[in-house]
Design a protein around this ligand. Structure first.
Ligand code: ADP
Length: 648
């Protein structure tokens, strides 16, 4: 939802059509009202304190007695509990001739104290006005201020349509995200040909709804774009709007659901109202699973979400498609959506936007490299082969990283090397040059990585090695082996999976054989190997014990792809044993392979420690030389095989 434009903001008032004062004016008014309230409070406070202080100042009672004893007092007035003391003018040098203090003895004692001193002593009824003012300030004023604020608050509520919803809470934010022209076309979306094809007719219908209605065809109300994150669902929705030249309203499902029950429903209503006014148009709801979760309690009930969903269902039933209003929604968890949302007449079309295949990846790379200067070494096919499983956003990111790399290295065009480096940056992070490994650690990492590569090279069914490195990466890898398949695979044979398992465990096997101990470095390998082994047993029917029995189902197909066991506890224990056995056998095989090629392992690891990064070609050269019993020279260039020499 990038590039959100705000075209409507200044043209239409948020309150349905009535010409009203713009928002900024209303804000100014409330600020003014608040300032007035504040001013009144301050003035009253100042008046009150001033009245109290007057020109007199407070003294302690013992000071008062001292003044009486020194015969400096002219007159004493008792006002309720306060004594106002007037000092003889000659006795005081300051301009303050009146003091006050709180009476601390009873009236008789005070009368006795003042008797015969010549001090004028009188009692005065309390000042009714001052009393009134003090009451006003302590009780009435805060009440009035509160009342004023309340009034202000209520006025705002009324103005915007009543209730909490009226304060803008229930307003859909679609207006903020409306784009009159997305500027995106189907050409900008690569590698999703089937999805584009399904959406092509939708575009046609938005262009010319009459053509369909004339023949009596009902038009689709909505289409659900399903696929993993970053595959271009939002982009496709924008492209539909762009191709049809209609406005594009976009909102995320989570923006509907709020703390208050009913707010989401009100937002849905508002969104549809707005969209109907702008028809023909496209309303795009991203992450629709945030509101469209199935209403059974399996996934946790929620009143607000259910109400919002009900409102969405009702709205989708209610609008007239002939006006050219189309709802597109995207999700990567279609399995949690409420069936009511998916029934015909609502999101009845499901468009799968899956991870791109090899050709798709090449196309996406091309689309994003359109405005990037490339040199002649660039081969998108190779990059696409190295990025199996990457989605559109990854590939877009890679092209950008490569361009940045080229600039960093002072070049004006992106080379293939930049592209392959950026693939690694996106997949495993940047090189972390400041992480210094000790000599022993470097040795362990080197043997570990060569262990993987050697086992892979020794197994006929494994993919060839592209590159081995022991430069740590920011995403945590201390070293890694990059493998590029020769071709894209959609199926894996049992043999390939077994070879894969042995490959994963090759690193750990090398550690054990060489150092007679093992390290924590194999945690990720073990995790991956276990995942594959478990899938072989529970999902692919590749274990002797269970045969073809399906023991797990996949959840979250487009996100984590997590498999959940659906068997009894005893079977689950047996599954664990079976997985354990598979891993154990693979590990033994890895150890056997490495043990029988120990010399090659040592020589390659030694070379890798020296060079930090070696290519698959260098790896194979040393491997073949060792097999032939040749010496490995300092510089690999000097290594010439007899048959090559003969050829020259
Ligand atoms: P989604 O909505 O599926 O999570 P987006 O549509 O937001 O993914 O894609 C994010 C970005 O990735 C896009 O803006 C675009 O640059 C790039 N991208 C993803 N898929 C494609 C594709 N098929 N073709 C071209 N670019 C793509």
């Amino acid at each position: 939802m990038d590039n959100q434009l705000d075209n409507n903001r200044n043209e239409n008032d948020p309150e349905h059509g009535n010409p009203k004062k713009p928002n900024s004016h209303r804000n100014n008014q409330s600020i003014l009202a608040f300032l007035i309230c504040l001013l009144v409070t301050l003035v009253c406070f100042a008046l009150f304190t001033n009245m109290l202080n007057d020109s007199s100042s407070e003294i302690t009672y013992d000071k008062f007695i001292e003044l009486v004893e020194k015969d400096q007092v002219e007159e004493v007035t008792l006002q309720s509990e306060t004594l106002i003391i007037e000092v003889k003018s000659s006795a005081s040098s300051s301009e303050n001739t009146t003091y006050y203090t709180t009476m601390m003895e009873d009236e008789n004692a005070l009368t006795q104290r003042l008797e015969g001193t010549g001090i004028v002593f009188r009692e005065e009824a309390p000042d009714a006005f001052a009393e009134f003012m003090s009451m006003m300030i302590s009780v009435l004023l805060p009440t009035l201020v509160l009342f004023g604020l309340l009034m202000l608050f209520m006025r705002r509520m009324n103005r915007s349509g009543g209730g909490i919803m009226g304060m803008g809470v229930g307003k859909s934010r679609a207006k903020a995200y409306v784009q009159q022209e997305t500027g995106v076309t189907f050409q900008d979306v690569a590698g999703q040909d089937e999805a584009k094809e399904s959406l092509q007719e939708v575009v046609d219908f938005l262009h010319n709804p009459g053509k369909y209605t004339a023949i009596g065809a009902k038009l689709p109300k909505g289409a659900l774009l399903v696929g993993p994150p970053g595959t271009g669902k939002t982009l496709l929705a924008k492209a539909v709007a762009g191709e049809a030249h209609v406005p594009f309203f976009s909102l995320s499902g989570s923006e509907f659901v709020e703390m208050f029950v009913g707010v989401g429903a009100s937002r849905v209503r508002d969104l549809f109202e707005e969209a109907k006014k702008n028809a023909p148009c496209i309303v795009f709801i991203d992450e629709v699973d945030a509101i469209g979760k199935t209403r059974d309690s399996h996934y946790g009930g929620n009143d607000e979400r259910e109400q919002t969903l009900n409102q969405l269902l009702a709205e989708m039933d209610g609008f007239d498609t002939s006006k050219g209003l189309l709802i597109l929604a995207a999700t990567n968890r279609p399995e949690v959506l409420d069936p009511a949302l998916l029934r015909p007449g609502r999101f009845d079309r499901r468009v799968i936007v899956d991870r791109p295949d090899l050709k798709g990846r090449v196309d996406i790379l091309k689309v994003h490299a359109k405005d990037v200067h490339l040199d002649e070494s660039v081969d998108f096919e190779e990059v696409a082969l190295a990025t199996s499983g990457a989605v559109g956003s990854d590939l877009a990111n890679m092209i950008n990283e490569a361009a940045i790399l080229a600039v960093k290295n002072g070049r004006t065009a992106v080379s293939q090397k930049d592209l392959l480096e950026s693939v690694e940056v996106v997949l495993v992070g940047k090189e972390k040059k400041d992480r210094i490994l000790s000599a022993q650690e470097r040795k362990i990492v080197s043997y570990h990585e060569v262990g993987h590569a050697l086992v892979n090279a020794l197994q006929k069914d494994a993919e060839p090695v592209q590159k081995i490195t022991i430069v740590p990466r920011t995403m945590g890898a201390l070293g890694y082996v990059m493998q590029v398949p020769e071709e894209e695979k959609y199926l894996n044979t049992q043999k390939e999976l077994e070879a894969m398992l042995i490959g994963y465990l090759g690193g750990r096997a090398a550690e054990e054989i060489v150092f007679d101990t093992v390290t924590t470095g194999a945690a990720n390998d073990i995790e991956q190997a276990t995942r594959v082994a478990r899938a072989m047993v529970t999902q692919y029917g590749m274990s002797e014990k269970f045969g073809l029995m399906g023991l797990a189902t996949q959840e979250d197909q487009y996100l984590t792809g997590r498999a959940v066991l659906n068997c009894g506890d005893d079977t689950a224990t047996e599954v664990d044993h079976e997985v354990m056995k598979l891993l154990h056998d693979s590990y033994e095989e890895a150890k056997r392979l490495i043990g029988s090629h120990r010399e090659a392992l040592d020589k390659i690891a030694e070379y890798l420690i020296r060079k930090e990064t070696i290519t698959g070609k260098e790896f194979m050269k040393i491997f073949r030389a060792v097999e032939k019993g040749m010496e490995i020279p300092e510089n690999l260039e000097d290594l010439v095989f007899p048959e090559e020499a003969a050829g020259v």
